[in-house]
Design a protein. Structure first.
Length: 119
């Protein structure tokens, strides 16, 4: 349970307000409800790539790819320290896409190459 008290004095008049909230196990119930996110990977046809903002290089680039399953151009975020995983099939550049689906929402990101191991 958490309580909040607020007291104000304006022009000689004192106002006071207090409220308490009992959260109970609401956080635990919300976390347990619903299925876990589903992660899949697939190849998407490369369409375009945004530039990385030199003022904010930590934000990475955005890739536009063609999602054959839904017949749509979509965007995927990229924050690779290396480079994206790519392949060329029939003169078509493809990028590896990771899709995380949680309920009705889906998030797409670019799969990054593993850094080279140094011994």
């Amino acid at each position: 349970m958490g309580c909040l008290s607020l007291a104000l004095k304006v022009a000689g008049v004192a106002l006071s307000f207090q409220t308490c909230i009992d959260r109970g196990d609401a956080g635990k119930e919300a976390a347990a409800s619903g299925p876990p996110p589903v992660t899949t990977e697939f190849w998407g046809k490369f369409v375009a790539k945004s530039d990385i903002d030199p003022q904010e290089p930590e934000h990475g680039a955005v890739y536009i790819f063609f999602d054959r399953e839904d017949n749509l151009n979509r965007d995927a975020s990229e924050n690779c320290d290396t480079s994206p995983v790519t392949q060329t099939v029939d003169n078509e550049l493809q990028i590896r896409i990771r899709k995380v689906q949680y309920g009705g929402a889906a998030d797409f990101s670019v799969v990054c190459k593993e850094p080279e191991k140094t011994s």
